[in-house]
Design a protein around this ligand. Structure first.
Ligand SMILES: O=P(O)(O)OC[C@H]1O[C@H](O)[C@H](O)[C@@H](O)[C@@H]1O
Length: 281
């Protein structure tokens, strides 16, 4: 009973609805979530107004899946090729769907591994649960890094912050060649470009929109790291698929296996990681 409709750029998307009123949209391109609405119908994820929905480019905003590589931590193009590929529907219901992907022969030339990737998305009462499951179907062990690259919608980035729930955490600063830095306090307030990998980050992180009094909890399971990102004005305004000054309306919190990785998945074995997003009432 999966509800599939056509979205922008002739791309198909799955519509999920919870019995309490919340809803989610997931494109087959990249198994990419582009909308999550609360029980009351408020949008909680950011989408660029210049996003391109057709492959081969990843959709800008929502929840890109970075796989089998996070960022430039390996030989593949940035964030791997899953986000540029079209998935199949494996199974689903009115409130949950599992999308399936196996790499093409062309993709296996860049990444010589056979694998089966399953992304499950479930909408609950003011919550979204997303699981990435990978089975190594090849004969060799398979190295990978990964992330749920979640873009949270905020009314004004100057009046929003991320609460990591623990003081003095260290991070690798991607704007400084991954130099190690220490966070003062437990909050990140974005004031310029910020691109940081918190290695072994706490498993509950909060996104706080001070302007409209909204808090979203990000709970991660099996994903040791968290990447926090906002490109800020100069960089964002230089992106062809990002609207002018839209950087003010999002911040990314990305549960990941990044600098803690790679995971070397033995032949025949499976691995999974989950993020649970919930709106605090
Ligand atoms: O522009 P993209 O390829 O989607 O990447 C967007 C961003 O993703 C992550 O947050 C990385 O840490 C950043 O370095 C990167 O700029």
């Amino acid at each position: 009973m999966v509800k599939l409709v056509e979205g922008p750029d002739n791309q198909q998307k799955v519509l999920l609805q919870s019995s309490e009123g919340g809803s989610v949209e997931v494109f087959l391109h990249g198994a990419h979530v582009t909308s999550w609405k609360s029980n009351k119908g408020e949008e909680l994820l950011f989408m660029s107004n210049k996003a391109i929905y057709a492959p081969p480019k990843a959709i800008r905003g929502g929840i890109p899946i970075c796989f089998p590589q996070f960022g430039v931590l390996g030989p593949l193009g940035q964030h791997g090729f899953a986000r540029n590929s079209v998935f199949d529907v494996s199974q689903g219901s009115s409130d949950s769907v599992t999308l399936s992907f196996r790499p093409s022969t062309e993709q296996q030339k860049q990444f010589p591994h056979q694998f089966h990737l399953l992304i499950t998305v479930k909408v609950g009462s003011d919550s979204l649960t997303q699981t990435l499951e990978v089975k190594n179907e090849g004969r060799e062990s398979m190295p990978f890094t990964t992330a749920f690259h979640t873009y949270f919608l905020v009314s004004d980035v100057d009046r929003a912050h991320v609460d990591l729930g623990s003081e003095g955490l260290t991070y690798q600063d991607n704007t400084k060649g991954r130099a190690e830095s220490t966070l003062s306090g437990s909050h990140v307030q974005f004031q310029q470009e910020f691109d940081a990998i918190f290695v072994g980050a706490p498993d509950t992180i909060k996104v706080v929109d001070e302007k409209n009094g909204r808090k979203i909890s990000v709970k991660k399971q099996g994903l040791p790291d968290a990447v926090l990102w906002n490109p800020w004005g100069d960089k964002a305004n230089g992106m062809a698929d990002m609207g002018h000054d839209q950087y003010k309306n999002f911040l990314c919190v990305e549960p990941a296996v990044a600098a803690s990785g790679p995971i070397n998945l033995p032949s025949g074995q499976s691995w999974s990681g989950t993020q649970i997003l919930s709106l605090d009432s």
